[in-house]
Design a protein around this ligand. Structure first.
Ligand SMILES: NC(=O)c1ccc[n+]([C@@H]2O[C@H](COP(=O)([O-])OP(=O)(O)OC[C@H]3O[C@@H](n4cnc5c(N)ncnc54)[C@H](OP(=O)(O)O)[C@@H]3O)[C@@H](O)[C@H]2O)c1
Length: 332
């Protein structure tokens, strides 16, 4: 296993559980448990979920975790979970006031019971109208009460990280970071997290599957899939963005690794570098085979990293990470 100075996980890579439950097609427990077991076996022991990762039942993601730890109690102490919450399940509007924060934690605690402690908890988005002192103050109180082990923030900008960390120390910041979403390198998030020694959890490190090369056309996006609503996956942008995937796939073939392994290697090559502190990518996958593949760590030589950066500079990604409607919720 590659060297690891990640405080969140036994290995340098973590695991994202969104796809198991927040999709039209739910992953059956047998398959989900095998994937989760494979993650533990391969040191991917930092797991990220949310109290709204469900379709008919928003708590489906949290309930899956409960069933897993009930079945494998020996893994409860090995795995650190980050649960995002404080969102109206119907609209996903932030509920970051005192009552909303507490209610979100309480409903997760009620599901977990004694089976698993919530290691880290935090709002999935900021509410610009809500003073950070109120949100962070309540989270701090919940840590003091022992209801949660620590606090993490998701999709936040540099100023929020600084202010929040001063109110209550942050255990992590979860933001999108991948070969086609490099904003944190230039918007101050990576630099701020590094200066405050806060680990960054890199979400969608495989570009929501786009960077794996498995999607050849918009027709490969299943019906009802959330990606169909995001700008980069729109028909007019999709094919243009494939240029990057084609170049990366050729690079991966030359190196003798798979495209997902290359994508994760690039994220890890940024971790503990001149510009970034610790970064832990959390690829999502619903099968043990994919988890096995994603946790086989490939490393990049400095020269390979430079070549990949040159490829990124040679290609223009078309379309935002989300869409116009959601744009204002990003880097909150
Ligand atoms: N904080 C936030 O706002 C936020 C937003 C989005 C995501 N996240 C977190 O980040 C985690 C990961 O993000 P994500 O799931 O959006 O995107 P991702 O990890 O970039 O990509 C996941 C996609 O890639 C596919 N995949 C994974 N490994 C593969 C492999 N080896 N070969 C081929 N395909 C592979 C998955 O397929 P299957 O799943 O079908 O196996 C899934 O479609 C989520 O679980 C969630 O915890 C957080």
């Amino acid at each position: 296993m590659a060297s690891n100075n990640n405080p969140l996980s036994a290995g340098p890579i973590g695991f994202g559980l969104m796809g198991m439950t927040w999709r039209a097609k739910q992953t059956p427990d047998e398959q989900a448990f095998a994937a989760m077991k494979a993650a533990v076996a391969n040191g991917a022991t930092f797991w990220s979920s949310a109290d709204f990762y469900g379709t008919s039942d928003p708590l489906a993601g949290v309930k899956l975790l409960r069933r897993y730890f009930e079945t494998y109690p020996e893994d409860a102490a090995k795995v650190k979970i980050f649960i995002k919450g404080c969102a109206d399940p119907a609209t996903l509007a932030p509920t970051n006031d005192r009552e909303g924060v507490r209610a979100s934690v309480e409903k997760c605690v009620a599901v977990f019971g004694d089976v698993k402690k919530i290691d880290i908890f935090g709002p999935s988005r900021q509410n610009p109208g809500m003073p950070l002192e109120e949100t962070m103050g309540e989270l701090k109180a919940l840590v003091a009460e022992g209801k949660i082990g620590g606090v993490g923030l998701s999709e936040v900008g540099a100023e929020t990280i600084k202010k929040a960390h001063a109110i209550c120390p942050l255990s992590l910041v979860e933001v999108e970071f991948s070969l086609w979403s490099t904003d944190i390198l230039t918007n101050g998030v990576a630099a701020t997290a590094k200066s405050l020694n806060i680990p960054i959890v890199a979400y969608s490190p495989l570009g929501r599957g786009f960077l794996t090369g498995q999607l050849k056309s918009v027709k490969d996006i299943p019906e009802g899939d959330i990606r169909a609503y995001f700008d980069r996956f729109q028909p007019e942008n999709f094919d243009k963005n494939l240029e990057l995937v084609d170049k990366l796939t050729a690079f991966a073939q030359n190196k003798g690794v798979t495209p997902p392994q290359l994508a994760l290697a690039w994220v890890l090559a940024n971790s503990n570098s001149a510009s970034c502190g610790t970064i832990i990518p959390i690829p999502g996958a619903t099968t043990s085979e994919r988890v096995e593949e994603n946790t086989k760590i490939a490393t990049l030589s400095p020269n390979e990293k430079e070549q990949l950066d040159a490829i990124l500079n040679s290609v223009q990604i078309v379309g935002g990470r989300y869409n116009k409607q959601l744009e204002m919720t990003l880097w909150g």
